[in-house]
Ligand binder design. Structure first.
Ligand code: ADP
Ligand code: ZN
Length: 731
């Protein structure tokens, strides 16, 4: 038998499939990890196919050994690997690595097994004892321990010597078996409320499981009971003998969330997320592979859970940007989920209160089903949203971070003994330019996206068409000379709050305060326990946290995300405001949201204020259509990085020339093509250059393949080139 093996070495030259002899005594199967000779040494590899003959001209070498006691890669995943490689132009081995726990490679993590000793079947204490010599004191002692049940070999051995156990085993009186000791992530079940689904929820479950569409968008505000729907769908799938994958953004994988699943499904749930130790991750993964656990819950990478017979895949908060992997290998979680869904004939659910525009369009076009939940469970009201014009504040003499409206409400909330959350969007710190007086933001004339300041050459540039603009010395709209580059930090907000309310207890949550393992949960639980009055934070505080005492939410500088140099800006801002609003007034208390902006009349806020997603959708989709942005086009970025700047630049120029030649042949397939330095010119000492193109839907799959060909045929020595589709960020 010949085995096709992908060796576990990631370079473009070696990303091929190699033939090896599979010695019959090894009993190799497709999906096994094996040790193979490669060059002058041995390396690990994955068997992806078995066949009778090889076309290879050189004599083949045999596989040396198998690495695991189980087959690590399911047949489904091998097919998935091929599809992902085609779709995203990835290396085979990079995709395979997604399918197994990282530390398993190189044998850096193993199962912990321990030896357990019992009396052999059919042997009683008395018969065993009578067959021993009277002077075999230790063996007798071991038997007497075992007469009361089994014991760990380590404990017996320490006390009576391992030779005693060996001697008894030799005589067949005792049996030593291997028992796996599982490392268990610490997930506490929360009390499972026995809820009876309401009519809307029952109809939703029914539509998901029995409707005519296999893919459904579950569109419902926070608190409308989506999670209960997920739980119920999974329950029914399990009764039908199938398995389930539940995906949640990393940041929403809170103890509460996981606790609800643990409460309902107990040990049938395995969790996969970055907070686990290597051992825990490996053991959870193995439980899934062996079918001991049948529900995988986790962040993005749990879409690769080694489950057979998947019945349902759920992607909660489907619009979340964390579902798009930004590092190599790049993939889009919902697309991978769709591949697995199709393979298994399963159901796919995309849940969100603020679906990605693209997803909502698919639902409106009838490509996928649309299930709408109109109400919050128990009739909890959405909070009132107050939009504060920060230009007016400025004119009336307040040039601080907090508007007088927000200060007054903070004061009142403190006096009532309720809690407040203040959100600051630091993601928006890419420096756009805004007029302090009239709020005008510098934008590209051609693309309708805000310009980004490039410090090095002191120019404003459009990240979509590459067009440069001179930095204005005064506002082109009103003549004000105070144009600023926006950026405030959470620390400054805390300072300001302390100055105004010295007695208020504050907590800060951002990348700096959550570096230590567990600190994220600690801050959240401290706030939940009422140890602070005001929580100030970035993106991290936005999602899925249910704090019943929060009645005030402040959103500072909502424009920051609005004028981020990204065509998603309006969409992101809408999602953010809606989700932040969802944090106020969850239980019996009504909430208020104070939203500070320099563009109070922007349509995003008009729709977000009244929670009108569909109104926003209609407006925004129209803009995308007119300006030629996704989902009406595809943005493709070819990113070249190298420690040698000349090399990165040269390679980019060569590829750009080829793309332009192709564009000449097919002008109808492109909206724009541009080559430029990346906004962040150097990361980790590697220079970055990029080609950005916008493709029309006209034969877009062919165009994409042509781009892949251009990239693949290039000699990429001393450089890396990656192709990204609709990148989430353009740094
Ligand atoms: P979402 O996931 O849409 O935010 P959840 O499923 O978490 O909504 O529901 C919000 C709250 O309402 C939860 O505390 C949940 O237990 C409760 N809930 C959901 N459905 C019902 C129901 N049918 N009856 C009673 N309580 C419910
Ligand atoms: Zn101005």
């Amino acid at each position: 038998m010949i085995a096709e093996v992908i060796v576990d070495i990631s370079t473009s030259e070696i990303d091929k499939i190699f033939d090896y002899i599979a010695p019959p005594e090894l009993n190799v199967s497709v999906g096994d990890r094996v040790k193979v000779p490669f060059g002058r040494q041995f390396t690990e590899g994955f068997v992806v196919c078995l066949k009778e003959t090889s076309d290879c001209k050189h004599p083949l070498k045999p596989i040396r050994s198998k690495l695991d006691r189980f087959t690590a890669i399911l047949p489904e995943m091998i097919e998935l690997m091929h599809r992902m490689c085609r779709e995203y132009n990835l290396r085979l081995v990079d995709v395979l690595r997604l399918f197994v726990p990282a530390m398993m490679r190189g044998g850096r993590v193993k199962e912990i097994t321990r030896h357990f000793v019992t009396l052999s079947d059919g042997v009683t204490f008395e018969t065993a004892l009578s067959s021993l010599k009277p002077n075999a004191v230790n063996q007798r002692a071991v038997l007497s321990v075992l007469s009361g049940g089994g014991e760990w070999a380590a404990i017996l051995g320490e006390q009576y010597g391992f030779s005693a156990i060996a001697a008894l085993a030799e005589k067949g009186l005792v049996t030593v078996s291997e028992v796996t000791k599982r490392r268990k992530p610490n997930v506490k079940a929360v009390a499972d409320k026995a809820v009876t689904l309401n009519d809307e929820q029952t109809a939703a479950v029914n539509a998901i499981l029995n409707g005519d569409k296999d893919v459904n968008l579950l569109f419902g505000v926070t608190g409308s009971g989506k999670t209960e729907i997920y739980l119920s769908c999974i329950e029914q799938m399990l009764s039908a003998g199938k398995t389930a994958i539940m995906l949640v953004p990393e940041i929403s994988l809170t103890p509460q969330m996981m606790g609800r699943f643990r409460a309902r499904f107990g040990d049938k749930v395995a969790v996969l997320h970055s907070g686990l130790s290597d051992g825990e991750r490996y053991d959870e993964w193995l439980r899934l592979l062996r079918g001991e656990a049948v529900i995988a819950i986790g962040a993005r990478s749990a879409v690769f859970a080694p489950l057979k017979n998947v019945g349902i895949i759920i992607i909660d908060e489907e619009h979340d940007s964390s579902y798009v992997s930004e590092n190599n290998p790049r993939y889009v979680t919902s697309e991978v989920a769709e591949m697995r869904r199709a393979y298994n004939g399963a159901k796919l659910v995309l849940g969100s209160a603020t679906p990605a525009l693209e997803t909502f369009k698919r639902a409106r076009d009838g490509e996928i089903g649309l299930i709408t939940l109109r109400n919050r469970v128990g009739g909890v009201k959405m909070p009132e949203v107050k939009v504060v014009d920060m230009c007016l504040e400025l004119r009336s003499g307040n040039n601080g971070i907090l508007s007088s409206e927000l200060v007054d409400r903070l004061d009142a909330t403190l006096k009532e003994g309720n809690q407040s959350m203040i959100f600051l969007n630091r993601r928006g710190f890419a420096s756009f330019m805004i007029c302090k007086k009239c709020g005008k933001v510098m934008k590209c004339d051609d693309c309708d996206v805000s310009l980004t300041w490039h410090k090095e050459d002191n120019l404003l540039k459009c990240h979509y068409c590459g067009r440069p603009y001179v930095v204005p010395d005064k506002c082109p709209a009103c003549g004000e000379s105070d144009m600023r580059l926006g950026r405030v930090g959470t620390e400054r907000v805390i300072e300001e709050i302390k100055r105004r309310f010295p007695a208020a207890r504050t907590l800060r949550m951002d990348r700096d305060t959550t570096r230590k393992k567990g600190s994220y949960d600690e801050i959240l639980s401290a706030f939940r326990m009422g140890e602070a009055d005001i929580l100030v934070g970035t993106q991290m505080i936005v999602k899925g946290h249910d704090f019943p005492n929060v009645t005030l939410v402040g959103i500072l500088d909502a424009d920051m995300s609005l004028y981020y140099e990204d065509y998603h800006s309006a969409e992101r801002t809408f999602q953010l405001v809606t989700q932040m609003s969802g944090r106020a007034g969850r239980a019996d208390k009504e909430g208020v949201v104070v939203l500070q902006t320099y563009s109070p009349r922007h349509y995003v806020f008009a729709y977000a204020r009244v929670n009108d997603y569909e109104g926003f959708y209609k407006k925004e989709i129209n803009i995308r259509d007119v300006t030629g942005f996704p989902p009406f086009t595809k943005i493709v970025r070819v990113l070249t990085t190298s420690e040698d700047e000349e090399r990165a630049l040269g390679l980019t120029k060569e590829m750009l020339a080829k793309v332009r030649a192709y564009q000449k042949e097919h002008p109808d397939r492109f909206v724009a093509v541009a080559g430029m330095k990346s906004p962040v010119k150097k990361i980790e000492n590697k220079y970055r250059y990029q080609i950005i193109m916008r493709l029309t839907r006209e034969k877009e799959a062919d165009t994409l393949l042509a781009v892949y060909d251009i990239v693949n045929e290039q000699d990429k020595k001393n450089a890396s080139v990656f192709v990204e589709i609709n990148p989430q960020n353009m740094n």
